[in-house]
Design a protein around this ligand. Structure first.
Ligand code: NAP
Length: 974
């Protein structure tokens, strides 16, 4: 059967190699992409950016930039076309027109219409060919609630229009009925995540409630109209929640009897066989069959990359053959259970379809119970051949404008040109037997994209229900422990203090998280003495032993991950996911600095004949660590373990508002076996105890992270040699930022808006890396601001602990009042584009956006450290860079752009310690993005980077003349 189908798909096929010269440009582009991997990448990147380019010279310039790249081997025809002097020259414009037209033609191959008229024409043509359809509305990513509502409205409207049109359609028996049952002529395919802009598995209940409301409206209307609804499946992260929501709704009395709905299973997922079995069992219980569309899955690259970046297990099979084999297994499963589930076999692989037919014929399955599906434009000939064999065939028809359709187009192009794709292979001269051979997996090939020398720990994947439950239990446990007292740890003993302060929950300040004993200057003195006593033994302790204590601490933190996150959430008001990422960072610091110190401990040999030269490191002595509250665990732990790994005795003075978490960290170090006096936890007032420790003559090193004001003060104080002091102090000071993100006209707006929202309002803007200035080029300024405002308005503001929260409180009343003052100031300086009312049971401040801000305004120059963003309009990219560089800070910065020359210019000219391109500007990962700035943002080298530990060490050179009376041991001699 497969051979016959394959032969049918190959009839009259114009093989690209022989007919290349007569081919149209769209076919040529695809053919070239297949034969040149470098060109494939650059061409698809260019196509991705094309809809954002509004003039021919812009298109021409980008064409040259993308395809002129060294990695691209250009076919002669293309080389000739790209060889124009300037983008606005005649040949430049011709090139722009040729390629834009070709891409449009390509898009029209896969997109069934840009408007309803075109779609209806497509549908009528399909029906003439006895093919049914399902319509998918292409759209921009849904990032605002207005967009989510509009997605639903557009579907309601679409269904009504299609049904109205269907009244005039001539019935086609092959698709409109089966076994005496009338089938819906109209079917739409919808994506669950588009029904709620903040769809997030962490907030399973909230997402379910929002999405379910809209699904019910859709299903009711579909029933009134007689239209069928199919639910697509998207990224893996949404899969479990999607299935669970659909299972619940379709069990509701009102919808339980509906048999004209469908759910999708993706065979590339390792879970898919299990999910299918679950669905079958559920369908049995439901008592009314529904359709399961089986597909291979369209997000393979994305899933693979995401899992690799996150250090999560690969959810998809790495090996294409494994997916194909699984597809056949699930096909069998579905068809064997045809009484409970109707199968829709979606594939362009001739073998996969033939296997399904063979099973269906063997089992003698009634026609109603299975159909074949292909994507519009991807399997026309296969579809016709299947129709000719008498099968019901449905074509999945994406509909919508080209711009939002680009992501879809790229997925199709990737599939069409991927080496492993059946479509591509069938174009090549592969022997039929090979093409149709049973898929045999080569076994699990590990995905080898990460070459990092350091293994980061993985954040919690909250798409996993069990882990969500663990988080909930942790909150319950932590809540039981609220209000306890935490005392300073001096010389191995917890010491009573005269002064005890309350550390409160910023989300709800009536709740006391813990009571913290603050040390007096006398106790600080005692701690210093203890550190001095402990130092000689600690510096002699072998590095391996020191490193092992830190690694043990890392293991303990991993064990207590959920509790530590909960403490962070409750004490400093950080939303759950960000708190979890902070725990990962703290663990990484322990492991990374342990590994780094072992590397440095080897030292260097610069020996020559007759002389040895050893370059080694020794600890500095006593380190005072002064940490901020905004990364209460990660930064406190990072600076502390760096000091400890390098052999310094360390006193940790945390910020007052985050002393409970620091106490938890101290407990972990003790449990890991840190000797007494080597590490001491000394909570106290910054202005008294902090200053005392900084000024102490026995302090060798101060590792500080915090505000510019305090950092500069410490830098100055540390420079003064105190009576009795015999050394100069070393200061590492990581300070503030006024971080800018540039959005140019070629940027992907979906990504840019989401990136700015996360970078600016994540943890209420209280990250030193947070975005507080957005610098937008004029042509897209209005569109950007409008979407930014809408997207921000759609965020949930609430208790940090609540899984639905994206924006929690700020740290305390002082911070709240200071930020509010800035907001008032902003109102005088610029146009307030967004402010949202917030409650006052916690320290809440509305996410606030100012537009048309002058680059010199106070809100564009001073660090506000809250959820306030200044949007600045600029004329061109040079001005954007100048504005971005126009502050005293140089911490983080970012750029959203698809113009290679802009990316290059930013790399060279954007003056920041950490530059992020086409992604958020927060969330640096240890060893991957070593972190820290310059100018007034700090002094010292990057935390989590290869130079960091050097600051905690004194390098020494030891030279020995090993000659005696003119002879010396010669290496290698007997
Ligand atoms: P902060 O007010 O400067 O406090 C930082 C630490 O310094 C606290 O432990 C504080 O103790 C202590 N301190 C205050 N006055 C002192 C003094 N005179 N002598 C010695 N220590 C003193 O900063 P924050 O509000 O906690 O943190 C926010 C700031 O940190 C922002 O500017 C942010 O940009 C910056 N930050 C920078 C980075 C980076 O890597 N560059 C990372 C995170 C945060 P008390 O709490 O007892 O006052």
């Amino acid at each position: 059967m497969a051979k016959q189908l394959l032969a049918a798909t190959r009839e009259n096929r114009s093989f690209f190699a022989s007919l290349r010269d007569q081919m149209r440009w769209d076919d040529k582009l695809l053919a070239w992409a297949m034969s040149n991997p470098g060109l494939r990448v650059q061409l698809f990147r260019f196509i991705d950016c094309l809809p954002a380019l509004h003039s021919k010279p812009e298109v021409a310039a980008h064409l040259q930039e993308y395809l002129g790249d060294e990695s691209v081997e250009l076919p002669a025809a293309l080389k000739g076309m790209l060889n124009f002097a300037t983008p606005d020259s005649m040949p430049g414009q011709v090139a722009a027109t040729t390629v834009s037209t070709a891409v449009e033609t390509l898009a029209h191959k896969y997109i069934s219409g840009e408007n309803i008229k075109e779609v209806l024409k497509t549908i009528e043509r399909l029906r003439k060919n006895k093919m049914a359809f399902t319509i998918d509305l292409l759209g921009e990513a849904v990032i605002t609630e207005a967009e989510a509502q509009s997605y639903l409205d557009r579907y309601l409207d679409l269904m009504a229009q299609l049904v109205a049109a269907s009244k005039k359609w001539t019935p086609v028996a092959a698709i409109d009925s089966a076994e005496g049952e009338t089938l819906s002529q109209v079917q739409v395919s919808v994506k669950l995540t588009a029904f709620y802009s903040q769809f997030d598995p962490l907030d399973a209940c909230g997402s379910e409630a929002k999405v379910s409301d809209r699904i019910r409206i859709l299903l009711r209307r579909a029933q009134e109209l007689g239209a069928a609804v199919h639910f697509d499946m998207e990224q893996y992260a949404y899969k479990d929640l999607t299935l669970s929501i659909l299972k619940k709704i379709l069990m509701e009395q009102e919808f339980r009897t509906r048999t004209d709905v469908g759910i999708t299973i993706q065979a590339y997922l390792r879970d898919s066989e299990r999910d299918t079995k679950d669905l079958i069992a559920w369908a049995k219980e439901r008592g009314y069959p529904l359709t399961i569309r089986l597909v291979k899955g369209a997000y393979w690259d994305q899933e693979t990359i995401k899992a690799a970046q996150k250090d999560w297990q690969q959810p998809v099979y790495n090996d294409k053959a494994a997916t194909d084999a699984n597809f056949e297994t699930i096909t069998q499963l579905l068809l064997e259970n045809h009484e409970y589930v109707y199968a829709a076999i979606g594939s362009h692989n001739v073998r996969s379809q033939a296997v399904a037919i063979a099973i269906a014929e063997t089992l003698n399955i009634p026609r109603r119970r299975f159909e074949m599906q292909v994507l519009y434009g991807m399997g026309d000939k296969l579809a016709s051949a299947l129709v000719a064999r008498g099968h019901r065939v449905r074509v999945y028809c994406p509909y919508g404008e080209l711009l939002p359709g680009m992501a879809y187009l790229i997925r199709r192009l990737l599939e069409n040109t991927a080496n492993s794709s059946f479509l591509r292979q069938s174009l090549e001269d592969r022997p039929v037997e090979e093409l149709l051979a049973p898929p045999i997996s080569k076994g699990d090939v590990p995905f080898a994209a990460n070459h990092a020398a350091f293994a980061n720990v993985a954040d919690t994947d909250y798409a996993d229900m069990e882990l969500r439950n663990t988080a909930q239990t942790a909150f319950a446990n932590v809540r039981q422990q609220l209000g306890k007292t935490y005392l300073p740890l001096i010389n191995g003993e917890y010491q009573q203090t005269e002064q005890i302060i309350d550390s409160v929950n910023p989300s709800k300040y009536s709740e006391i998280v813990g009571k913290v004993g603050l040390i007096s200057p006398e106790q600080a003195k005692a701690a210093m003495e203890a550190a001095k006593v402990a130092f000689p033994a600690w510096r002699r302790t072998p590095v391996k032993e020191r490193a092992d204590i830190l690694r043990k601490a890392a293991v303990l933190m991993e064990q207590k991950r959920a509790e530590l996150s909960a403490w962070i959430v409750l004490e400093v008001g950080k939303p759950v996911k960000e708190a979890d990422a902070e725990v990962s960072e703290a663990i990484d610091f322990c492991n990374y600095y342990a590994q780094e110190m072992e590397r440095l401990d080897k030292g260097y040999n610069y020996d020559i004949a007759g002389e040895t030269n050893r370059y080694i490191y020794q600890p500095r002595g006593i380190a005072v660590v002064i940490s901020p509250w905004n990364f209460p665990l990660a930064i406190a732990a990072g600076m502390t373990v760096a000091a400890l790994a390098t052999g310094n005795c360390t006193l940790l003075k945390p910020a007052e508002t985050s002393s409970v978490i620091a106490a938890k960290f101290a407990e972990i170090l003790v449990e890991a076996g840190i000797p007494k006096g080597v590490f001491q936890y000394v909570p106290g007032r910054g202005s008294t105890v902090g200053a005392y420790l900084v000024n102490h003559p026995d302090t060798h090193l101060i590792a500080f992270t915090g505000s510019q004001e305090v950092g500069c003060r410490i830098y100055a104080d540390a420079a003064i040699v105190q009576p009795g002091q015999k050394h100069l102090k070393r200061v590492i000071a990581e300070m503030g930022g006024k971080n800018g993100l540039i959005i140019d006209e070629s940027a992907d707006l979906d990504a840019a808006v989401v990136g700015v929202v996360q970078s600016a309002f994540g943890y209420s803007g209280q990250k030193c890396s947070a975005c507080s200035r957005v610098i937008v080029l004029e042509p897209i300024y209005d569109a950007f601001v409008q979407r930014l405002v809408e997207a921000t308005h759609s965020l949930n503001i609430g208790l940090a602990e609540s899984p639905s929260t994206q924006v929690g409180p700020v740290i305390d009343a002082n911070a709240r009042d200071r930020i509010k003052e800035y907001i008032e100031q902003g109102k005088k300086e610029a146009q307030a584009a967004l402010e949202i009312p917030v409650t006052d049971t916690g320290y809440f401040v509305s996410p606030t956006i100012f537009s048309n801000v002058a680059p010199t305004a106070a809100i564009a120059q001073e660090e506000i450290f809250g959820p306030v963003v200044a949007v600045i309009k600029v004329k061109d990219f040079n001005e954007a860079i100048a504005v971005a560089n126009g502050t005293n800070f140089a911490l983080t910065g970012g750029l959203y752009s698809r113009t290679p020359s802009h990316i290059q210019q930013a790399e060279q000219e954007f003056e920041v310690g950490n530059l992020y391109i086409n992604r958020t500007i927060t969330g640096a990962i240890v060893a991957r993005q070593p972190f820290g700035g310059f100018k007034m943002s700090g002094v010292g080298s990057k935390a989590g980077g290869p130079d960091y530990l050097l600051q905690f060490l004194e390098p020494r050179t030891i030279t020995e003349n090993i000659q005696r009376q003119g002879f010396a041991p010669i290496e290698g001699a007997e």
